[in-house]
Design a protein around this ligand. Structure first.
Ligand code: NAI
Length: 339
């Protein structure tokens, strides 16, 4: 199958070409996929999209007009896809539900450790021969309480790691998992998690009901000086409310791998350009805020798994049997196997 690979980065070429092994022709396109760029998929039966592509109804309609039949997401999240529109248009949408929950969980803990022991500040100080410790004091993680919101694949890995540090873990998930309970996580209502945790970390999907889950009221209910980590999706947090809480000195530290308006910023080198996002610019001014640009997934193992599953979805589409666990649209939209 010929597949238009949108938002392509050079580091993706090798793992995807290796996974495709000549079975599919990959057309790497650096531009983001949206309604204006979708006609670029003409001549391709498939497109491959990433998290900041905008697969809304106009984009999907343009893809369908261009002859596309498969949308292969190289991500777990699919909040950027209008699934109803895809189903209406007869487009199959497949994703990579799991590639390395460890990658994201370990990045989450890296943010916690870096913020707590102020490694980002210490690194710069030592390079300037400033060996003073003032302002670098952290706290023992041992014995602290970590609140994990969403205990799916990634949240479960976070629970395991934090229990290894000797932390108490509070968890909130509408579908609690037995493994997390066995690891010692205590399921409590979200309000109890927020008011009872020294560190709160978000691992639930972005849906209409989780949008701005962490709003002004939620931030006010957190312990004074608590740390908040978000490696889920940016819009889980109301950024303006977050800035208010930071300005008031109510939060100890904030670690973000995602940002609600990241689509206009992340995955690109804008170092020569003026930053137009004043909200993001304000976030960058806080000494206790650490931001990475959606790199939680970015390990060798995760990239290889993403490539393999994405290509397996294209193989499955051609054979008429995509793994149902990977399908976002109903199986109805996968063509029957060729006779
Ligand atoms: P998963 O589907 O295994 O787990 C999600 C969990 O959240 C489920 O247990 C679900 O019951 C729970 N949940 C749903 N609504 C909730 C709510 N209102 N409150 C609390 N929990 C709720 O997903 P997985 O693989 O653990 O990924 C979680 C999220 O992490 C993804 O949806 C994605 O947005 C994000 N992610 C971020 C990456 C990064 O590079 N920063 C990479 C991969 C995923």
């Amino acid at each position: 199958m010929r597949i238009a690979f949108f938002s392509a980065k050079p580091f993706e070429h090798e793992p995807f070409l290796a996974a495709a092994a000549g079975r599919h022709e990959l057309v790497f396109l650096p531009q983001r996929l949206d309604a204006s760029t979708a006609p670029g998929a003409a001549g391709c039966a498939g497109v491959c999209a990433f998290v900041n592509d905008r697969l809304d109804a106009p984009c999907l309609e343009a893809l369908a007009r261009a002859g596309v039949r498969l949308v292969a997401l190289r991500s777990a999240g699919f909040n950027h896809v209008d699934v109803d529109a895809a189903a209406r248009l007869g487009l199959a949408v497949a994703r990579v539900p799991a590639y390395s929950p460890h990658a994201v969980a370990e990045h989450t803990v890296a943010l916690m450790l870096c913020l707590n022991r102020k490694i980002h500040r210490a690194y710069n100080r030592v390079r300037e021969h400033n060996f003073a410790l003032d302002g670098l004091m952290g706290f023992d993680l041992f014995g602290k309480t970590v609140g994990v919101v969403g205990t799916g694949k990634i949240g479960q890995c976070v629970v395991r790691i934090m229990r290894g540090f000797g932390c108490r873990v509070l968890a909130f998930d509408p579908a609690p998992c037995a493994e997390c309970r066995e690891l010692g996580a205590e399921y409590v209502p979200l309000s109890a998690l927020l008011s009872g945790s020294d560190i709160v970390t978000l691992h639930c999907p972005l849906t209409p009901s989780t949008r701005h889950l962490i709003n002004d009221a939620a931030l006010r209910s957190m312990r004074p000086g608590a740390m908040l980590i978000n490696t889920g999706r940016g819009a889980l947090i109301d950024t303006r409310a977050l800035i208010g809480a930071l300005k008031a000195g109510r939060l100890g530290a904030v670690g973000l791998d995602v940002y609600e308006e990241e689509a206009d910023l992340f995955f690109r080198d804008l170092s020569e350009e003026v930053l137009h996002d004043d909200v993001f610019a304000r976030l960058l001014t806080f000494p206790n805020v650490l931001i990475t640009a959606h790199q939680g997934f970015f390990t060798r193992e995760a990239m290889a798994n993403i490539a393999q599953t994405t290509i397996a979805n294209a193989d499955g589409f051609e054979a008429g049997r995509i793994d149902p666990a990977n399908l976002v649209t109903p199986a109805l939209f996968v063509p029957a196997p060729k006779a």
